[in-house]
Design a protein around this ligand. Structure first.
Ligand SMILES: Nc1ncnc2c1ncn2[C@@H]1O[C@H](COP(=O)(O)OP(=O)(O)O)[C@@H](O)[C@H]1O
Ligand SMILES: [Mg+2]
Length: 1013
């Protein structure tokens, strides 16, 4: 390849390099190119248009350089290297050489060195130049704008000198010569060093321990941190193209240069459900940085928590945010701040819990000055957009509901945090319980109780399991089944710790609960008030107002907030947002003065006709308690939907039969409790019906299908928490759909358990589509109870391995209705082939099996072929992207010779060559059913295609033969043409992406229009 071709081939990579750093990096590449005269002044001006995204500029630069020929291209690569190495540019030549006849040209020739030399003196030099009349006040102000970094200011001054013909260039050359040579890189400056060291100490102190929880234990993050599944959000699938699994990332990869949604954005978004480990992930990142283990490309890391930031009432500037709300520089504040502004690419800001920030993201209000104060929300939104501290990296974590399309516009990369894998759960428990035997027994317990095991994927539940390990291992009454069970267990644990005399009972009896009822109600009231006010950290006054006393605090559910604003007393927060919801639910169940009707707001469910009135006259709807703003109704109306959903699920769980006796003892009025239960039941059933009613009618000829609306999964979860068969039965009685779609709904094992609990009561079978979730093997196990009402199960991209699928099939053998399984993009290997073969052999009404993009080899295909021989019903068989190879293709082909029903076979991308093709050709000679054979992306050459052509001559069922992207030449196509002359059934032969010249392509398509070239 010529160097120009190489250059073009590397284009994407070069764009990546040019935009991967900051604008600063890009401009320093331009400096070098100007100095080497690769770029003319006109070229340069065209490349520094303000307001253009960096990626556009980078591409334009590549085009400009490419047009100039290979020497220029080589120089660009060299310039990128220079800029990346950030090495000291060659020294300025001696004085006399600089007193040249062409000062403007010299400014360009020595530009990299001049920028470096001018760097920290732009202000002084500008003032001097103004004094001597070389520049105007206006020009001075323009250059000094705070949006520019020091190097950018230096460049702007040099640019001005290039176009001004009044001697400014000569003046600059002379003065720059007199400036002190920079002795070392500026971040070596002692102020900065001191600040970095203070920041590291502060951050490390905050990050070292996990929340102190009940105060009895100090969990060292380093000791128990367990890797969490982090997936890159893939771009929306290209229509028709099979999509690769989303890439799993290591924490260190969140700043990598790949997978960007928007190259010009600085914000990395980490999305995950409550308890999935977002805060812990950030804490880990902070610790790795502060202890020098990783992320050292950042000199400064500033951690913030949104729940705390939103409490800042007074206007804030970037400077006060960093210094007053994170870490104060003891010396040289101005220099340190200037350094931060000049080197934004060495700065990282993290914002935890955007879902807990009560302001909605908007890009309406622009704020660009790092010095000027503004409201905390405007400040945060402008930081995220890059209007402030452009090129400083930001990491934002959030629960999914709070991420809007508006916000996504400013996101560079989006990752999803999925919780622990099965191995992760085990590893975590082993780290938590190094003492002999305990972890083993716990793991054994989890394996025996899959409902609990499923819940443990959420790290917060794994933490609870380990916290309550003694209770769990001793428990004789069976393990927790629902989330509410688990939270009650931990409540028991805390109560017993606070009151050891009751420890002998080993269960949460009414007496234990009653003894601390007032504490629980105080906490509940605070929790509910907080949810309503979107307040998740509580000051001493707020605690006092909610009557939370030190005794209540000592129970251990309120802990000191981790990140503390310097100089303030650390506020308290609930151990985790899910505890805040749990206590709020507790209060809603047990509080004496809670009007039952308020509960409707928890389920977003109002009495028919009450809505307009409620909007007009909110006060009228407030019954009972006197203060309208703090009434339960008002609070529930104001709370965030995702917190209400969790609270509703806990409420349903607490009102379940299972916990009735426990709560009935505590409740003053049994009647009120009964009313509340009736109300919760009514709301659940009604909300579900509303969902069902909103399903549009079926299109003619298609099954009526329902795509789960937001909230559907939570209603199902609440039903599960209630554990009432009759209610579940009643709830889905009116669901009349043929296809239930729950793609991208964060369905994990716990949700699967809930879905199965409810859906198994369906009267008519459905196709259940759960593509793109995190079902996993444990989730599959949870789904088994509803398998008998599934006519099809779609589980694309769900992290399922042989173990899960073998269990599923064992069960499926007895499910008459189930006819289709789609398992694209999972972790299947030959290990599940026996089960698959059994399924085919035993279920003579089975229609479709899709196994694309798994890891099945020839051995697996051979086993599966055995099942195929005994099967007479299968119509669709998909193997896209496995590795069956020639031998596998042979085995399948032999089994399919006499197959009566298979219409569609895909062996795309399976490394099949001539031998496989020959076998398939023989199959075509005998087979009378197959209509479509997909063999794209294999190793087929003319020899194989000639065999296939022979097969085609004797075949009368095949309509479509797909051979794109193989190594076929004109010879092979010729053979196909001959076959087509004798075959009237074939409608299309796909041949794109093979080795035909342009003329050949034209010639071939003229000969037979059935060839698609
Ligand atoms: N990677 C991890 N390793 C060990 N424990 C974890 C991990 N992630 C979360 N946890 C545990 O789960 C709890 C809840 O996690 P957290 O990070 O607060 O979740 P989120 O911020 O997503 O709601 C933590 O307090 C910690 O005990
Ligand atoms: Mg969190």
């Amino acid at each position: 390849m010529s160097s120009l071709e190489t250059f073009q081939a590397q284009r994407t990579q070069l764009v990546g390099l040019l935009v991967s750093g900051s604008l600063e990096g890009f401009e320093s590449v331009l400096d070098w190119l100007l100095s080497w005269e690769v770029l003319s002044w006109e070229d340069y001006e065209g490349l520094r248009l303000q307001g253009q995204p960096l990626s556009h500029l980078a591409r334009r630069l590549l085009d400009t350089v490419w047009n100039k020929g290979s020497w220029s291209c080589e120089k660009l690569v060299a310039a990128i290297q220079e800029a990346q190495a950030d090495c000291q540019p060659s020294e300025l030549p001696a004085c006399q050489d600089l007193r040249s006849l062409h000062p403007a040209q010299d400014l360009q020739r020595h530009r990299p060195a001049l920028v470096r030399r001018l760097y920290s003196h732009v202000g002084t030099v500008l003032d001097l130049a103004q004094e001597q009349g070389f520049v105007s006040q206006f020009e001075c102000d323009e250059i000094k704008l705070p949006i520019f970094t020091s190097s950018q200011r230096a460049r702007r001054l040099l640019d001005l000198a290039t176009v001004k013909v009044n001697g400014l260039a000569a003046f600059l050359l002379q003065h720059i010569q007199d400036l002190p040579a920079p002795s070392s890189l500026p971040f070596e400056a002692t102020e900065c060093k001191k600040y970095i060291s203070k920041l590291k100490t502060t951050v490390s102190a905050q990050a070292r321990f996990l929340s102190t929880y009940d105060g009895a234990e100090n969990l060292c993050l380093e000791d128990i941190y367990t890797e969490n599944i982090l997936e890159l959000r893939a771009e929306a699938a290209v229509a028709g193209a099979p999509q690769k699994s989303p890439a799993t990332l290591g924490l260190e990869e969140i700043f990598s240069t790949h997978g960007h949604l928007n190259e010009d954005a600085d914000t990395v978004l980490v999305v995950g459900e409550a308890g999935s480990g977002k805060s812990t992930l950030l804490q880990r990142l902070h610790l790795l940085w502060a202890t020098g283990q990783d992320f050292q490309e950042f000199l400064f890391v500033f951690p913030f928590s949104c729940r705390q930031l939103q409490c800042v009432a007074k206007p804030l500037s970037v400077r006060s945010l960093l210094f007053e709300h994170c870490c104060w520089p003891d010396v040289g504040q101005q220099d340190v701040f200037q350094f931060l502004l000049d080197h934004p690419d060495r700065v990282l800001l993290t914002f935890d819990g955007f879902d807990e920030f009560r302001f909605r993201f908007t890009d309406q209000e622009r704020h660009c000055s790092p010095m000027d104060p503004t409201s905390v929300q405007t400040l945060l939104f402008n930081l995220l957009q890059g209007n402030l501290l452009k090129n400083a990296r930001k990491v934002l974590t959030s629960r999914p509901d709070a991420v809007s399309a508006f916000l996504r516009k400013y996101v560079r990369m989006e990752c999803h945090l999925k919780g622990f894998s099965e191995e992760g759960i085990e590893l975590y428990l082993r780290k938590r319980h190094p003492e002999p035997g305990v972890a083993d027994r716990l793991i054994h317990l989890l394996q025996a109780t899959s409902a609990l095991h499923g819940m443990c994927h959420l790290p917060v539940i794994s933490w609870m399991v380990s916290k309550c390990h003694q209770e769990l291992l001793l428990q004789s009454r069976g393990s927790p089944k629902t989330t509410t069970d688990m939270y009650l267990l931990i409540l028991q644990h805390f109560l017993m710790h606070a009151c050891p005399s009751d420890a002998a009972s080993h269960s949460l009896g009414p007496s234990l609960l009653q003894s601390r009822l007032s504490t629980l109600l105080h906490l509940g009231q605070l929790a509910l008030w907080g949810l309503g006010m979107c307040c998740y950290v509580f000051s001493a006054q707020q605690l006092q107002a909610a009557q939370v006393n030190p005794d209540d605090i000592s129970l251990g559910f309120l802990v000191r907030a981790q990140s503390v604003m310097p100089g303030c007393a650390a506020p308290l927060e609930f151990l985790h947002i899910t505890f805040q919801c749990f206590f709020a639910a507790f209060y809603l169940v047990l509080s004496a003065d809670m009007p039952t009707a308020s509960l409707r707001h928890l389920f977003n469910c109002r009495r028919p006709g009450s809505l307009p009135l409620a909007r007009l006259l909110p006060r009228l709807c407030v019954q009972g308690s006197g203060h309208e703003d703090n009434s339960v109704t008002a609070l529930l109306q104001k709370a965030e939907q995702h917190n209400l959903q969790i609270t509703a699920a806990f409420l349903a769980g607490l009102l379940s039969q299972e916990h009735w006796d426990l709560l009935a003892e505590c409740q003053v009025s049994r009647k009120a409790l009964l009313q509340r239960r009736a109300c919760a039941r009514w709301c659940l059933a009604r909300s579900l019906h509303k969902h069902f009613q909103s399903i549009p009618p079926a299109l003619p000829g298609e099954a009526k299908s329902m795509h789960a609306l937001p909230g559907f999964v939570w209603l199902i979860r609440s039903l599960y928490e209630m554990q009432e068969e009759r209610l579940a039965q009643e709830a889905v009685r009116k669901l009349d759909v043929g296809h239930l779609k729950l793609t991208f709904c964060s369905v994990g094992p716990a949700e699967c358990a809930a879905l199965a609990f409810v859906l198994r009561h369906l009267r008519r079978p459905v196709a259940l589509q759960l593509d793109y979730n995190s079902v996993g093997d444990i989730g599959v196990e949870q789904l088994l109870p509803c398998l008998s009402v599934c006519k099809a199960l779609y589980l694309r991209d769900n992290n399922i391995s042989d173990r899960g699928i073998c269990k599923l099939i064992e069960h499926a053998l007895h499910c008459e209705q189930l006819q289709k399984l789609a398992l694209f993009n999972n972790k299947l290997t030959d290990g599940c082939a026996h089960s698959m073969a059994r399924l085919l052999a035993c279920k003579q009404n089975f229609l479709a099996l899709r196994l694309g993009n798994n890891h099945i080899t020839a051995a697996g295909a051979q086993v599966l072929a055995q099942g195929l021989r005994e099967n007479a019903s299968l119509q669709f068989l998909g193997f896209w992207g496995n590795k069956v190879g020639d031998e596998g293709a042979q085995a399948l082909a032999e089994a399919l010779g006499d197959h009566q029903s298979l219409k569609w076979l895909s062996l795309v991308g399976n490394s099949i060559g001539s031998v496989g093709a020959q076998a398939l050709a023989l199959m075509l000679e005998k087979n009378v059913a197959l209509e479509e054979l997909c063999l794209e992306e294999n190793h087929l050459r003319d020899e194989g295609v000639c065999s296939l052509a022979e097969g085609l001559k004797r075949n009368s069922s095949l309509k479509v033969l797909k051979l794109s992207n193989n190594g076929i030449t004109y010879l092979g196509a010729e053979a196909l043409l001959q076959a087509l002359e004798r075959n009237a059934t074939i409608l299309e032969v796909w041949l794109r992406g093979n080795s035909f010249s342009l003329e050949e392509t034209e010639k071939l398509s003229l000969r037979d229009t059935r060839l698609l070239l």
